[in-house]
Design a protein around this ligand. Structure first.
Ligand code: BGC
Length: 280
């Protein structure tokens, strides 16, 4: 008897598309590269894209235990096409190699997630060239040249692609003592807007996600200090820090079919932090 649940035998049925975690496998057949995936937001993104059915390249500066940990989690989520790739995104030659190695090992790349990021706190008056270079190289130069190598790959194979940059509310909002970080994220905003126009003919969409305060190692100093945490929570209408999974869900959306017509946008995942203003 004909299986009424699947009238299109060559297409998977909805039942086939549900993972053990109950997630629809909207990214089956796609290959995603996630930078800075050893921990925090990057790790959650790699895992979520794997749960959505994508093959995943887990990228980080070194193939250390933490990066291996992400790889194992991704594999445990049922992803049998996962690789670990080490590279310093702040170096152009590494960016080109990371893209080439992913294509070599996974066949192609459809989704680039520029997640790797760092911040350095300093009074502007005292900030050093070394800190400036580190922040700008990882947060802006990296996405620039990874995206360039990715766009060349997409141009050569056709069929389009998705770019999701993990930016910050600080692509808009000043953050005193973090001038280099704000400059890098403001730059990432304009890079995204520019490329959404310039890469559209290649069928590439480019969007940013702007997280607020998220429970990750970058905010370890906040989470360990109750007074700082209280002050921060006052600024967040939803009264909690975000989770890496909150951000990963937005990446899955932007990488999937539902976001096919979105390009040049920033999605804020910040519990309302950015637009919060109250008078007591
Ligand atoms: C920064 C965090 C900060 C948060 C909210 C993020 O982009 O990395 O240090 O707590 O923005 O201000």
């Amino acid at each position: 008897m004909r299986d009424k649940r699947n009238l299109h035998p060559h297409r998977p049925s909805l039942g086939d598309l549900i993972t053990s975690k109950g997630t629809a496998m909207g990214l089956q057949g796609k290959v995603a590269l996630v930078t800075g995936a050893a921990q925090g937001i990057g790790r959650a993104i790699a895992l979520r894209l794997a749960q959505e059915g994508a093959a995943v390249a887990v990228e980080d500066r070194a193939a250390n235990d933490r990066a291996e940990g992400t790889l194992k989690e991704v594999e445990a989520a049922g992803c049998d096409r996962a690789v670990l790739i080490a590279g310093d995104v702040g170096k152009v030659e590494d960016d080109q190699r990371v893209i080439a190695e992913t294509v070599e090992r996974l066949g192609r790349i459809d989704i680039l997630v520029n997640n790797a990021g760092v911040e350095r706190r300093a009074d502007f008056i005292d900030a050093t060239e070394a800190d400036y270079d580190l922040v700008m190289h990882v947060n802006l130069k990296g996405p620039y040249f990874l995206t360039q190598a990715f766009a060349r790959h997409v141009r050569d194979r056709g069929n389009g692609g998705r770019i999701v940059n993990i930016s910050s509310v600080h692509e808009e909002l000043p953050f005193p003592h973090f001038a280099s970080y704000c400059a890098s994220k403001g730059g990432l905003k304009m890079l995204m807007r520019n490329l959404s126009v310039e890469l559209a003919p290649l069928g590439i969409t480019v969007n940013n996600i702007a997280p607020g305060a998220i429970k990750t190692p970058i905010n370890a100093h906040l989470m360990g200090d109750p007074a700082l945490m209280q002050a921060l929570l006052k600024n967040i209408p939803l009264k909690r820090l975000g989770s890496p999974e909150d951000v990963a869900g937005a990446v899955a959306f932007l990488a999937g079919d539902d976001a096919a017509y979105m390009t040049g946008s920033t999605l804020y995942v910040d519990g309302g932090l950015l637009w919060n203003y109250t008078e007591q």
